[in-house]
Write a protein that binds this ligand. Structure first.
Ligand code: URA
Length: 208
């Protein structure tokens, strides 16, 4: 099962606040960032470390640092940008690879309009960021692009996922691990997750 449901009380509490209908833009944005940080903690817990010799206050010592592979965060425009600050707070040296995809509102198929990857993708761990995993079409298209760029280790961080999107990922990219705060019930006819959060992009950017 490539999906890890992270049921930490802090995450679940913050997610509950995000579901309140009349939440303000500021609160939704802050919470999206905080939940992203907490999911990042979980998603990065198997990163290998190595010893490094430093001079500490009392003399030489060895400390742990993250080994080899460097990280690129991959926010999917536009809602994924709302998770970026929370992730970069924990991994400040990560490079950012931005992917722009939107859903055709009739077919729900992903349409690519922007991609700017960091260099050396074959050496990097990619952390895809998007608050909502709905049909999975956008995620599959993003993973296709990352693999075409040479990326070998890919993880996804989502706040709410629908079972439909998880199934699509399992069929198309079973090697990609996802970290989610909730697996909700289903999609409605317009492709929105129920009970979900509504339009996460609009809530983060204060549009509509
Ligand atoms: N995108 C959103 O913002 N919300 C959903 O429920 C599904 C996709």
């Amino acid at each position: 099962m490539p999906v890890k449901l992270v049921q930490h009380p802090l995450i679940q509490h913050k997610l509950g606040l995000m579901r309140v209908n009349d939440i303000t833009t500021k609160d939704f944005r802050d919470l999206a960032s905080e939940v992203a940080s907490l999911l990042t903690y979980e998603a990065t817990k198997d990163l290998p470390t190595e010893k490094r010799a430093i001079t500490g206050w009392a003399g030489p010592l060895e400390v742990d640092c993250i080994k080899g592979k460097k990280i690129t965060v991959v926010p999917i425009l536009r809602a994924g940008m709302g998770m970026m600050e929370g992730v970069l707070r924990l991994i400040p040296s990560a490079k950012v690879s931005v992917v722009g995809l939107y859903r055709n509102e009739e077919t729900l198929a992903p349409v690519k309009y922007y991609a700017k990857m960091a260099g050396g993708m074959e050496e990097r761990v990619a952390l895809i960021l998007d608050p909502m995993l709905a049909t999975g079409g956008t995620l599959v298209a993003t993973i296709d692009m990352l693999k075409d760029a040479g990326c070998k280790m890919i993880k996804g961080i989502f706040i709410v996922a629908a079972p439909e999107g998880i199934r699509r990922l399992e069929e198309r990219h079973p090697d990609v691990e996802l970290f989610v705060a909730a697996i909700d019930e289903k999609l409605n006819d317009a492709g929105y997750i129920l009970p979900g959060l509504g339009d996460a992009g609009d809530k983060i950017f204060g549009t509509k």
